[in-house]
Design a protein around this ligand. Structure first.
Ligand SMILES: [Zn+2]
Ligand SMILES: [Zn+2]
Length: 359
């Protein structure tokens, strides 16, 4: 595919081998359009995800490893189309886009047929098994694209992927309904995207965090969520007071630790639902379950990993309607040359979403 007018090389953050921490900036050729219905996107902003940190810090080996080095990492981004393949219709250079992260799913397995592309065994993930967005350019099939609403800036739009994760957790796994009390444990970017999604669905949201997370809880409060710190003397009573005398209808673990899981289990009412929405490590991760409580309360538990195409559609609607709330989650921006600083800020949980800025 001739890409006239574009430079021939780009800067990219490459995970080079399976060894932990073996990542470096490289000069890479521009990505190729693999098929006639692919497009080339010039990346504007690429968010740093907690999973990027976990992948960097772990060896890419074992049954749960998602990374297939050598690969350019990064899966949360926004950008502008700069070239389209000959079979592309409805999209043109200059269009502002965000893009889904599943590529090469088979299209015929039970999961593809039910819209659960994230479960397809052939799936490749942008930024883990296929070159991703910590690079000046990225190539992908046109079906992955979503148009950024005109009134939303590209920085805010780069939150589309975590927001689609929030939709998967809250709507698709949790089936949250209007009027329900939703307790979210962990006010990080995913927890906040869950909060924005639950609020958009008409639920009452209680965001629970540690005393250390007060700056994040303050933002949660400012966008209309009820907040609670887990140093409250009687957490169960505090939740019941906020939920009209009952525990929460649904609890979401957006932190992924033993203590957050215990809170999800013990702060939800009888016959309530628990959704595990946090990405655990890439190793087997045994967490202890109080089975007596789980059984006696007749609880239901769901998990939600990554995103489905239907969730992206909903996420783009929520983005259009709640752009102001979402914009509050944009954190510090760094040039790609300072990627280690961006990762450190994410590791220290400073602000919400640190981003690599290419503009
Ligand atoms: Zn992510
Ligand atoms: Zn499939």
């Amino acid at each position: 595919m001739p890409l006239s007018g574009l430079e021939s090389a780009m800067q990219a953050l490459m995970r080079k081998t399976s060894n932990a921490f073996d990542a470096a900036l490289i000069e890479a050729p521009l990505p190729e359009l693999r098929d006639d219905d692919w497009v080339l996107v010039k990346v504007a902003y690429a968010g740093v995800c907690g999973s990027d940190i976990k992948m960097l810090e772990s060896d890419a080996v074992g049954q749960y490893a998602k990374l297939r080095p050598p690969v350019i990492t990064g899966h949360e981004a926004s950008g502008t189309i700069v070239a389209v393949g000959p079979a592309v219709t409805g999209w043109a250079a200059g269009d502002r886009v965000v893009y889904e992260t599943t590529v090469d799913n088979c299209g015929v397995c039970r999961f593809c047929l039910s819209g659960d592309w994230n479960m397809c065994p052939s799936r490749k993930g942008l930024g883990s098994s296929m070159n991703g967005s910590f690079a000046e350019f990225v190539a992908m099939p046109v079906r992955n694209l979503h148009k950024v609403p005109d009134h939303v800036d590209l920085k805010t739009a780069a939150l589309a992927e975590p927001l689609a994760c929030g939709v998967h957790i809250v709507e698709e796994a949790g089936r949250v309904k209007r009027g329900e009390n939703v307790l979210i444990i962990g006010p990080g970017p995913i927890g906040m995207c869950c909060g924005i999604t639950a609020k958009a669905n008409g639920a009452r949201v209680i965001m629970l965090g540690t005393a250390h997370s007060r700056p994040r809880l303050k933002v949660a409060e400012e966008i209309g969520l009820t907040v609670l710190t887990n140093d409250a003397p009687d957490l169960e009573k505090a939740v019941m007071d906020l939920c009209g005398g009952e525990l929460a209808d649904i609890s979401i673990d957006a932190a992924g630790s033993q203590s957050s899981f215990d809170q999800a289990l013990h702060l939800v009412r009888k016959m309530g639902r628990i959704v595990i929405g946090a990405a655990p490590t890439h190793k087997p991760d045994p967490i202890v379950l109080d089975m007596t409580r789980f059984y006696r309360y007749q609880l239901q538990m769901f998990t939600a990993a990554s995103t489905r195409p239907s969730g992206w559609k909903a996420a783009m609607q929520i983005m259009a309607a709640s752009a102001g709330d979402l914009a509050r989650l944009v954190g510090r921006c760094f040039p790609l040359s300072q990627w280690e600083e961006a990762f450190d800020v994410t590791r220290r949980k400073e602000g919400f979403k640190a981003m690599i800025a290419f503009v």
